[in-house]
Ligand binder design. Structure first.
Ligand code: 1GP
Length: 270
């Protein structure tokens, strides 16, 4: 792996940072233009990464159009801030990372990809087959792979259904410890504890704590987190990253989204 390729991994796994926020943009739910406006508003609020993906209805076209629109919008504001000494240029330099449904929904314009094994899937397709199918595309495009164990917890939502996950129940702390340890032994750098997009209840703090105590990996938590207080519970339990998808998509007005996310991030790190 070359220097440029590993930069995003170092950035994502930087242990000196307090819990960071990332938004998830689902190309199946919004136009590229809307996605780009939401990404700029989120980064202005302090989000540190933009994930692009979804568990259904994404393909090469809508994923690529969305990634390109977000990259162009962030480049434009970076350029604008470089022309204005009162604005900090580096604030805008956040990675745009694929969070893919599978090998058929990728974009060469992304900085990196969560190269993941859905560890508690019952299907070989999500354990290894999609990864093999996408690997050479990723290599050729020069997208940085972020080695990640993806673990779906109850209620699991669409990701759990599509991925045929044997869900981790909220009190199965020993089981999540075993998955976290396995992820570390496999050499993954990140684990993503997922409750499913739109989940009524997020991943329990018991599960996050048990994972935190079992490994030194970067822990990403998402699914059903809609406010800063809930994000703080995840942060206190040991999450390095908190992801929100639906929260971002509920806003059409970029200023309102920016204000809401600014408050969210401030409460999360309170
Ligand atoms: C889904 O964890 C993410 O993969 C985000 O979930 O849409 O509920 O924020 P929400």
């Amino acid at each position: 792996m070359g220097g440029v390729e590993s930069q995003t991994l170092e950035y994502v796994c930087d242990k000196t940072k307090s819990t960071r926020h990332a938004i998830l943009i689902d190309p199946a739910d919004q136009t590229p233009d809307t996605a780009a406006k939401r990404a700029v508003a989120a980064v202005a609020a302090g989000s540190k990464m933009v994930l692009v993906g979804g568990s259904s209805d994404t393909d090469m076209d809508n994923v690529n159009d969305t990634v390109v629109a977000i990259q162009e919008a962030l480049e434009l504001v970076t350029w604008a801030s470089s022309q204005d000494s009162s604005l900090e240029e580096k604030t805008w330099k956040v990675p745009v990372v694929l969070f893919p449904q599978g090998a058929a929904a990728l974009s060469p314009a992304a900085d990196a990809i969560t190269f993941m094994m859905l560890m508690n899937s019952k299907s070989p397709r999500y354990l290894i087959e999609e990864q093999v199918a996408g690997s050479l595309f990723i290599k050729k495009a020069g997208i940085s792979p972020l080695p990640m164990g993806y673990i779906i917890c109850e209620p699991g939502g669409k990701a759990g259904e599509v991925g045929q996950a044997d869900l981790i129940l909220s009190n199965q702390t020993e089981r999540i410890s075993a998955y976290a340890t396995t992820a570390e032994y496999y050499g993954f750098k990140i684990i993503y504890l997922e409750a499913g997009s739109g989940a009524q209840t997020p991943v329990s703090s018991e599960l996050i704590k048990a994972a935190r105590d079992s490994c030194n990996l970067t822990i990403v938590v998402g699914g059903g987190i809609r406010d800063g207080e809930t994000a703080k519970i995840a942060s206190d339990a040991g999450a390095d990253w908190v992801i929100t998808g639906n929260l971002t998509e509920s806003f059409d007005d970029a200023n309102a989204l920016q204000n809401t996310l600014t408050e969210f991030i401030s409460k999360m790190n309170d």
